[in-house]
Design a protein around this ligand. Structure first.
Ligand code: AMP
Length: 214
C-alpha cells in the first residue's frame, strides 16, 4: 500500500501516518524528520535545510526529491510506504509520479487531513517535540506521561523553532500557496480521499481505516 498524507502543517497527518505505518506494517517516511535528523547530525544536507526550515520556507525541490526517491527504493519499501510531508509542491508530486511510473507503479491514495487555519494556529502553540527520537505530543490532547519529557526516550521536549507562532503563520501561507494545489492534482488522478481532521485522533484514524479497507 502506497499512501500520501496531505494536510496543513499541524493538521495531525504525522500522528496518523505513524499509526497507519504501525497498523499496516509499512515504513513511515517523513521528510521533516529526515531533515531534522540531518540537522542534528550536522550534515551538509542538514545545514542547507535548516535555513529554510527556521524561516518557515520549503527546502528546495531538488534536495527533497533526491532524498525521497532514494528512500522509497530501499528494500523495506517493497510492500509500500506512507509519505508524510512529501510531496509539498506540484514539481515534487510530478517527480514522484514519474519515478513510480518508471517502476510500473502508482500511489494508491492521497489522504487529505482537513483542518481549518484558525484551528491549526491554536494547535501548534501546544505542540511539543522530542528532537532526539522524533515523537510529538500536545500539552492538551496528547500530553506525555511526565511533563516536558519524552515517553519514548526520556529526552526533553521542546517547542520546535518552526512551530513558533510567527513561523506557523508563514508555514500556513506557504501551505496554501504551494501545497494545497496538490489536492486538485490527486483529485484529477482519482486517488484523493478527505477526512475531517478536527475530530479526536482515534476518530480520524477510524475514517482512514475505512478508506483503506473499503
Ligand atoms: P514537517 O515536519 O513535515 O512539518 O516539516 C518541517 C519543515 O521541513 C517544513 O516546514 C519544510 O521547511 C521542511 N520540509 C519538510 N518536507 C518538505 C518537502 N517535501 N519539501 C520541502 N520542504 C520540506
Amino acid at each position: 500500500m502506497k499512501l500520501i498524507m496531505l494536510g496543513a502543517p499541524g493538521a495531525g497527518k504525522g500522528t496518523q501516518a505513524k499509526q497507519i505505518a504501525k497498523a499496516y506494517a509499512i515504513p513511515h517516511i517523513s521528510t521533516g524528520d529526515i531533515f531534522r535528523a540531518n540537522i542534528k547530525n550536522n550534515t551538509e544536507l542538514g545545514k542547507k535545510a535548516k535555513t529554510y526550515m527556521d524561516a518557515g520556507q520549503l527546502v528546495p525541490d531538488e534536495l527533497t526529491c533526491d532524498l525521497v526517491m532514494d528512500r522509497i527504493h530501499q528494500e523495506d519499501c517493497s510492500n509500500g510506504f506512507v509519505l508524510d510531508g512529501f510531496p509539498r509542491t506540484i514539481p515534487q508530486a510530478q517527480a514522484l509520479t514519474k519515478a513510480l511510473e518508471a517502476d510500473g507503479e502508482t500511489m494508491d491514495y492521497a489522504i487529505d487531513v482537513d483542518v481549518p487555519d484558525d484551528n491549526i494556529v491554536k494547535r501548534m502553540g501546544g505542540r511539543r517535540a522530542c528532537l532526539n527520537c522524533g515523537a510529538t505530543y500536545h500539552v492538551v490532547s496528547i500530553p506525555p506521561k511526565k511533563e516536558g519529557i519524552c515517553d519514548a526516550c526520556g529526552s526533553e521536549l521542546v517547542l520546535r523553532d518552526d512551530d513558533k507562532p510567527e513561523t506557523v503563520q508563514e508555514r500556513l501561507r506557504v501551505y496554501h500557496e504551494q501545497t494545497q494545489p496538490l489536492i486538485s492534482y490527486y483529485e484529477e488522478q482519482g486517488i484523493l480521499r478527505s477526512v475531517d481532521g478536527t475530530v479526536p485522533m482515534e476518530a480520524v484514524f477510524a475514517s482512514i481505516q475505512k478508506i483503506l479497507e473499503a
